[in-house]
Design a protein around this ligand. Structure first.
Ligand code: ARG
Length: 499
């Protein structure tokens, strides 16, 4: 995400060996931390194939933080002296600064962010640095770093979702009293308040936040101490590391721990639903911004034009938001397929998890960052909406319920109103334009007062049920959400910038 986690400084050592040299492609000479048992140097093509440092360098802050906690614990249990611990922490801290400043050179032949940082530490402080990896493996190290990254990403996304909710609540306050046609099957159905629409989205994004919070519980368990897969003989104190790094508990089983990527799958599943919610909203507003609907004016800063058709103002941000859901959903699919056939415990396949998670999180973050100001900066075209509210017999259902209140059985009432709508359609008029005689012929119980029931304004007021679009209930909900989101509705969507 944006926690300065994309330090630049290109991975060097990119050899481009010729395709026609099966086993003799120039091997690199850099000694591998795991090289003891090997007689042959790694084929350069294999190094290029298996490296992850080009993208997992984004984990450098988490890697350093985790290593500092590990070293601190090793000293506390007597495996390192205080002096050794201090040298390690100082070295790691300096490396962290260098990476953040873009001055660190990552080496492809050192595979990943973990080995790059460890090697830099040894280069800096010598043999003491070689003690850092005591009681630890890259298998639990990568899981630790990744969990911390996902945890941070969840916290950041939660803020962005709250910003978007505030933008919708802001719209709800601003559009108080505006009536919109509600649709089912994209056919005009019943009248609803615009605020009711906006709060529908607030609810969806609240569920998204709840899902992320729930996912966070399982993300926030410490895997470190699993070592390679069976645990370690070193007398480590896992609880101490967990407390230091803010984990709520320990992953219990070492085999489970080194193979578990459920947390990543769950995270991207939650992201997929956010993307689906964003996509549905984008689709709705794309339609609403067309000349045909003419319901909404999008802020021009969020639209682009056409290079050939001078009149065009296209809703590109919304279209891309709709389109980008595909890659988030694709990432979820990738992760599920990636993990479905893996035996316990760590398998190198798992290295393929990170780019999918990074991309899904980045994509949703970017969409959310634009969604909030777009929502706040759009305008309902009230006149254009109002002019056509009489079309589509939006009052037919509440009128049918009026007959039920008069004692007519529902099915009978449905039939009567259906006939009346049929007559009105033929005459191309509103229900309210039919003469009283037409009503009384089908339903003698009716009198003049029926004209106080017809029309969208009356219809909206007639709703009773909890959760309906009844104006007082909607106003209550707007208040409740404003309070809950700690907002003067609509303000503050720019207050949370990625740290
Ligand atoms: N880069 C690896 C990953 O992302 C780290 C763990 C590698 N462990 C190993 N024994 N090769 O999964």
């Amino acid at each position: 995400m944006a926690q300065a986690d994309d330090p630049t400084g290109p991975a060097d050592g990119h050899n481009h060996p010729s395709a026609a040299a099966p086993s003799s492609a120039a091997p690199t000479t850099a000694a591998k931390p795991w090289g003891g048992v090997f007689d042959a140097a790694t084929d350069a093509r294999v190094e290029a194939f298996s490296e992850s440092v080009s993208y997992d360098r984004r984990l450098f802050q988490q890697d350093i933080r985790g290593s500092v906690a590990h070293a601190t614990m090793l000293a506390a249990v007597g495996v390192l002296t205080d002096d050794e611990k201090n040298q390690i922490i100082e070295g790691l801290t300096q490396i962290g600064w260098e990476i953040a400043a873009g001055k660190f050179v990552f080496k492809q032949e050192l595979e990943d962010v973990h080995m790059n940082i460890e090697r830099a530490l040894v280069d800096r402080i010598g043999d003491v640095g070689r003690k850092l990896h005591t009681g630890r493996s890259r298998n639990d190290q990568v899981s630790l770093d990744f969990r911390m990254w996902v945890r941070d990403a969840i916290d950041q996304l939660d803020q962005l979702l709250a910003d978007l909710q505030r933008a919708f609540v802001g719209r709800a306050a601003q559009d108080e009293g505006v009536i919109l046609p509600g649709y089912t099957h994209l056919q005009r159905a019943q009248p609803v308040l615009a605020a009711h629409y906006w709060l529908a989205y607030v609810e969806k994004y609240q569920r998204d936040r709840d899902r992320l919070a729930d996912c966070r519980k399982r993300v926030n368990l410490l895997p470190l101490g699993t070592a390679a897969m069976a645990g370690t003989t070193i007398p480590i104190d896992r609880q101490m590391v967990a407390d230091d790094l803010g984990f709520e508990g320990l992953v219990a089983n070492s085999l489970d721990s080194s193979s578990d990527r459920d947390f990543a799958v769950e995270f991207v599943a939650a992201l997929s639903l956010i993307a689906v919610h964003l996509s549905g909203w984008a689709e709705e507003w794309i339609l609403w911004s067309t000349t045909e609907f003419n319901f909404i004016k999008l802020p021009q800063q969020f639209c682009t034009g056409s290079s050939i058709m001078p009149q065009k103002i296209n809703p590109d941000v919304l279209e891309l938001t709709r389109g980008k859901s595909a890659r988030v959903i694709g990432s979820l699919q990738s992760l599920l397929v990636l993990t479905k056939g893996l035996p316990l415990a760590y398998n190198r396949d798992l290295q393929e998890d990170k780019e999918r998670v990074f991309d899904a999180a980045d994509t949703v973050r970017k969409c959310l960052e634009l969604a909030a100001p777009l929502v706040a900066g759009s305008e309902l075209k009230r006149e254009s909406i109002a002019e056509r509210l009489d079309r589509g017999y939006l009052d037919a259902t509440t009128f049918m319920e009026h007959l039920i209140h008069l004692g007519v059985p529902q099915r009978t009432a449905h039939g009567i109103v259906g006939k009346l709508v049929g007559q009105a359609m033929k005459a191309e008029v509103r229900l309210a334009d039919l003469p009283l005689a037409a009503y009384q012929e089908l339903c003698p119980e009716l009198d003049e007062s029926l004209y106080n029931v017809l029309g969208v304004e009356h219809a909206v007021q007639a709703f009773r049920s909890v959760g309906s679009t009844r104006p007082e209930l909607v106003a209550e909900q707007v208040k409740l959400w404003s309070h809950r989101l700690g907002t003067n509705a609509g303000l503050g969507m720019n207050e949370t910038k990625p740290s």
